[in-house]
Ligand binder design. Structure first.
Ligand code: C2E
Ligand code: MG
Ligand code: MG
Length: 691
């Protein structure tokens, strides 16, 4: 037997105690009972807080009749809903109708049969319960914040609630009878739909996220739950889908993800984000080659600033540092903050070591500039450590640890510098940096000068021109060969300044020789690839030549074959402009590059210079012989003059002459000469020619 509170409470009303007794006897086993012997008592009991769930009401009572009691019950909100069964001795149909019309729910006649009474009470209570549930369900359906859609077994929409209309923009009339796919955005894949139907078939339920499109065309994410409603026989009756727009939730998730991945103070990606980025970069490198560099940056003596001037100023400094770091790297590099005064820059590149060294240098410079925070002028410098993938490790931990170690070495070595984890990298970059630094000095202190190497016709008799070659007289190292510093200057961009200087100096020298009465000699000047593709090159040359007051015919430009081929379009335009002005153009180091004959044909080139490497072993090496003779023949067919570089022996010269080479340049004829020696050389030849 269940607890008392769980049993429904009934109110029995009859003016005859004997009748009450009969009713009570039939019902007391299953219900809690209250009794009243008058209409007034009945109203009083029914109106109390614990309302009866059902009232058995005698119709014929002295004083207030059952009909009047019912009328008053119905008039009160608190009791208006209580189901009432009339019990009466009056069996006329009219009386029954009166009772039912007044709102009685059922009607029994006396004498009451106990089993019938129990059945009627049970049925009425059950019906009431279902009605209440339906009302509740309808209320939920109407007022739910979630959209609800009911479809039949063929998946045609039969019911939708107001939230559905609010969310999708469609009213019931617009969607009734249609397939819910009218809501689809096209973003959900066929596989996802298949998984949904599988879930419904196998579990009778499915829940997941889906992208829908509302009536206005806007796409939104929704969290969808669908359940299958089956008949007692197991047939599918309905599908009930309920869903909520989770745009805001998604936005919140996005926000949380952002917060989880970023440092609150500087807005930079944090450690977590960095980890993921390094991992992704390593994967990308494994697939397509290349390297990853991790640059660990720690501010020197930050703690001192923080402790002495306060956290607010310390924070201000960190924000400023974050900004400068971002300005020091490419957009594709990642700048992150680990916490405190520790930052990490991650980058990937084909030669990440070199790139990292350049970036580290830039960071050193930028971060060492004074800061102004809240009116205070602050000085801070960083120490940096660099590790490389794959050289130093193949996990995030290993790379971070190596970079950290390298950073400590930088601190130990005196701060305000960067260190690679691998010693070899340190040596390499240190040597490069040293050289680069002193190259700056070289330009400033006039340590560069030019030598001129004469070029002769192939007989070795007549002087036909000269090539200007740059020389660097280092105060300590002595003469540094161009092969050592030109590539470095190319990398660092210093070559632009060097080339400019060489051209200016050669032009000045030509003008000076001319003024001193020396016969005219065409001087060839080398143009580096970087200079060659530089915007405004032709204007620059025009300016220099005009300033020196020399004719374009006095100059020739040497451009390597590769430079011409690599930037074909640009090269063609620049060469045309130069040639139109009257400058000569020679293809330097010919044979070492693509050697595209058909392409050369279309360029305004006047000379080919056979690279020294093919001349050295003439006439003994069959291969070199074949290449050199092929170049000479090819040039002849194109109407180009050929100069052989690096001719050192008479055997080489004789061979080249026999095969139709036009000119030569090399130690056999002359070493590169200082300007005075060169002038002397020219004068001697001119004199000899006149004799
Ligand atoms: P290059 O333009 O092919 O210059 C010819 C090089 O061959 C010069 O070397 C010259 O001294 C050397 N050479 C000439 N005859 C002989 C010979 O008979 N035997 C041997 N073994 N070598 C000979 P250098 O002066 O060391 O220049 C090397 C390269 O540096 C040049 O090759 C050129 O590419 C570059 N370079 C030199 N001066 C300049 C310059 O002013 N500007 C630019 N951008 N590059 C320059
Ligand atoms: Mg040259
Ligand atoms: Mg050359």
């Amino acid at each position: 037997m269940s607890r008392d509170g769980a049993r429904p409470l009934l109110l029995l009303v009859d003016d005859s105690p004997a009748n009450l007794h009969v009713l009570a006897a039939a019902l007391k086993a299953d219900y809690r009972l209250k009794t009243a012997t008058s209409g007034a008592d009945a109203l009083d009991l029914a109106g109390r807080d614990d309302h009866p769930e059902l009232i058995l009401l005698d119709v014929m009572m002295p004083g207030m009749s059952g009909i009047e009691v019912l009328r008053r019950l119905r008039a009160e909100p608190a009791t208006g809903d209580i189901p009432v069964i009339f019990v009466s001795a009056d069996t006329s149909e009219q009386s029954q109708l009166d009772g039912l019309e007044l709102g009685a729910d059922d009607y029994l006649t006396k004498p009451v049969v106990a089993s019938v009474l129990r059945a009627r009470v049970r049925n009425l209570l059950a019906r009431r319960r279902i009605e209440r549930q339906l009302r509740l369900a309808a209320h939920v359906f109407e007022h739910s914040g979630e959209a609800i859609m009911v479809t039949d077994r063929d998946n045609h929409i039969i019911e939708v609630n107001p939230a559905f209309t609010r969310m999708t923009g469609y009213t019931l009339d617009e969607v009734r009878g249609r397939n819910p796919r009218l809501l689809a955005s096209g973003r959900t894949t066929v596989e996802e739909y298949a998984a949904m139907w599988r879930g419904l078939r196998e579990q009778g339920f499915w829940q997941g996220e889906m992208w829908d499109r509302n009536k206005d065309g806007a796409i939104y994410p929704k969290l969808l739950a669908i359940s299958v409603v089956r008949s007692p026989q197991g047939e599918i009756d309905f599908y009930i889908a309920s869903f909520a727009d989770i745009r805001q939730q998604k936005a919140a998730e996005e926000r949380i993800r952002y917060i989880a991945h970023h440092d609150a103070l500087t807005g930079l990606p944090n450690r977590l984000h960095l980890r993921i980025a390094i991992e992704q970069a390593m994967v990308a490198c494994r697939r397509s080659g290349g390297e990853v560099a991790v640059i660990f940056i720690d501010l020197d003596r930050f703690k001192l600033i923080n402790d002495s001037l306060g956290h607010s100023i310390g924070d201000g400094l960190l924000v400023e540092v974050a900004g400068r770091l971002k300005d020091s790297v490419r957009a594709s590099d990642l700048v992150s903050r680990l916490g405190g005064d520790e930052f990490v820059v991650m980058l990937s590149a084909r030669d990440a070591g070199r790139t990292a060294a350049n970036v580290a240098k830039k960071i050193l410079e930028r971060l060492s500039q004074p800061y102004r925070v809240e009116g205070h002028l602050l000085h801070s410098t960083p120490s940096l450590g660099i590790s490389l993938y794959p050289q130093d490790g193949d996990s995030v931990e290993a790379l971070m640890k190596c970079a950290d170690t390298a950073m400590y070495h930088a601190k130990e070595a005196g701060r305000r510098q960067f260190h690679f984890y691998a010693e070899s990298m340190n040596r390499r970059t240190r040597a490069q940096l040293d050289l680069e630094n002193s190259l700056h000095q070289a330009l400033a202190h006039g340590e560069l000068h030019l030598q001129y190497q004469p070029q002769a016709d192939i007989t070795g008799g007549r002087l036909v021109g000269a090539e200007a070659l740059v020389r660097w007289q280092h105060p300590v190292r002595g003469l540094v060969p161009p092969a050592e510093f030109i590539p470095l200057a190319e990398e660092s961009g210093l070559i632009l300044i060097i080339d400019h200087w060489v051209l200016t100096e050669a032009s000045r020298q030509i003008a000076a020789w001319r003024a001193s009465g020396l016969p005219d000699v065409t001087v060839a000047v080398n143009l580096s690839p970087r200079q060659f593709i530089r915007e405004g090159l032709v204007d620059t040359i025009d300016g220099i030549v005009a300033a020196a007051g020399i004719a374009p015919a006095a100059l020739e430009f040497e451009i390597t074959e590769n430079t011409m081929m690599e930037r074909a379009e640009q090269a063609a335009a620049v060469l045309k402009a130069l040639s139109a002005r009257g400058f000569g153009i020679a293809v330097d180091d010919f044979g070492t590059g693509y050697s595209s004959l058909s392409y050369l044909k279309r360029l305004p080139v006047s000379k080919l210079k056979i690279d020294r490497s093919f001349v050295t072993d003439i006439p003994t090496d069959a291969n070199d012989v074949a290449i050199a003779t092929a170049i000479i023949q090819m040039a002849a067919s194109l109407g180009l003059k050929v100069v052989a570089e690096g001719v050192e022996t008479e055997a080489q010269r004789a061979f080249l002459q026999a095969h139709g080479c036009d000119m030569m340049q090399g130690y056999l004829y002359s070493q590169p000469l200082d300007p005075d020696a060169f002038a002397e050389f020219v004068r001697a030849r001119a004199g000899a020619a006149q004799k």
